[in-house]
Design a protein around this ligand. Structure first.
Ligand SMILES: NC(=O)c1ccc[n+]([C@@H]2O[C@H](COP(=O)([O-])OP(=O)(O)OC[C@H]3O[C@@H](n4cnc5c(N)ncnc54)[C@H](O)[C@@H]3O)[C@@H](O)[C@H]2O)c1
Ligand SMILES: [Zn+2]
Length: 355
């Protein structure tokens, strides 16, 4: 058995290139993928900086990476869904087929989920990665590998918009124009929304929202006068048009509050962002406006397939998210660069390779 190079988080703030055994295809329904591109996600940075996210604590060296694409190089005897040579986006979380949640149709909520680069499960920043055939999704060869890697966050946006029930002519408010907010807005547009307002504090990202991610309106909430609330500024920008859907993509308490206050009676608020464990919310508005608040976690059946379709049909331009690329041999530098919070014009960094 030969070795491969992996990008390993040894402990917080300590990444190393280490050797790992190349995994074998041992199950007839598994495939081996040569990794071609991997996006860096906010959760990777949390593990790198803090060594934990909530209950997930890095206690032993862990291979990083969960937003990856690649080429199928080997298939098990029973595989029918992909072939050697296919380009694929890897769905990084594999649930147990025995859990109640999986059987109830919510495999994303399976308590036995094994999710790449979430301790103790190793991630995809390696040369070869094995996965069940139904967790690699074939993408057309016309889609670049770096774009295919970002089908992972796009699937989150597909899931969020399905939960929101976004439909033709809706007015959708997106709180936060980070990578997740941007893809949420563009998916809302492709689901039929006609008015899409983004709120953020970063002009670079708001301009990207306008150029490539469906924004009809943008609002920099940092620039408001001290006597103007974010919800009032939103309502005035939209001439009091009713907001059907809010997709909260910051996890920041002021954004949750403003989003709930801006949402029209009967509307749906989807909690995509993850922030503090508890915050206060305007309860009377929720009850008297019959607001629907929905949690949202990763993606479930059909979401990856729909995300691939959106990219294949040219409805989402994932390349416009990418503000930096690094070679695999510079992967550690790519993570170190994420720690520099002074960089304003950063959305998504993608690691290309291994060469
Ligand atoms: N539910 C899920 O399955 C899921 C999956 C991936 C990410 N997330 C969460 O979604 C959120 C967004 O992810 P991301 O990768 O785009 O994160 P990000 O940090 O890159 O983007 C967040 C954006 O919100 C903006 N923002 C923060 N505070 C603000 C404020 N007070 N007012 C206005 N704008 C503000 C920031 O400027 C930034 O552009 C994060 O909380 C992340 O943890 C959830
Ligand atoms: Zn991610």
């Amino acid at each position: 058995m030969s070795d491969q190079t992996a990008v390993v988080l040894v402990k917080k703030e300590h990444l190393e290139f280490q050797k790992r055994t190349i995994p074998e295809v041992q199950d007839p329904h598994y495939v081996k993928v040569r990794i071609m591109s991997t996006g860096i996600c906010g959760s990777d940075i949390h593990f790198y900086k803090e060594g934990s996210i909530g209950p997930f604590i890095v206690k032993a060296p862990m291979v990083m990476g969960h937003e990856s694409s690649g080429v199928v190089v080997e298939v098990g005897d029973a595989v029918t869904m992909v072939e050697v040579g296919d380009h694929v986006a890897i769905e990084p979380g594999v649930p147990s087929r025995y859990s109640e949640e999986t059987k109830a149709g919510h495999y994303n909520l399976c308590p036995h989920m094994r999710f790449a680069a979430t301790p103790p499960v190793d991630g995809t920043l390696v040369e070869y990665y094995v996965s069940p055939e139904d967790f690699v999704h074939k993408v057309p060869k016309s889609i670049a590998f770096e774009e295919a890697a970002l089908i992972e966050p796009l699937s989150v946006a597909v899931h969020a918009n399905k939960l929101a029930g976004t439909k033709f002519n809706d007015t959708v408010l997106i709180m936060g124009a980070g990578p997740i907010g941007l893809v949420c807005g563009q998916v809302a547009k492709s689901f039929g929304a006609s008015t899409i307002l983004y709120v953020d504090v970063n002009d670079f990202k708001l301009n990207v929202a306008q150029k490539s991610f469906g924004a009809t309106h943008i609002l920099n909430s940092k620039e408001l006068a001290s006597n103007v609330s974010v919800e009032d500024a939103i309502k005035s920008l939209l001439n009091n048009k009713k907001i059907n859907v809010v997709l909260e993509c910051t996890g920041a308490s002021p954004c949750v509050d403003a989003g709930l206050k801006a949402l029209s009676a009967g509307g749906t608020f989807v909690v995509v962002g993850m922030g503090a464990n508890s915050i206060s919310v305007p309860m009377n508005l929720i009850s008297m406006g019959e607001l629907t608040i929905k949690g949202c976690f990763r993606y479930c059946q059909g979401d990856y397939k729909d995300a691939v379709s959106l990219v294949s049909q040219g409805k989402v331009d994932l390349k416009s998210l990418i503000t930096a690329t690094y070679k695999f041999s510079d992967a550690i530098k790519a993570y170190e660069a994420q720690l520099d919070s002074s960089i304003e014009n950063r959305i998504k960094t993608v690691i290309l390779g291994p060469e």
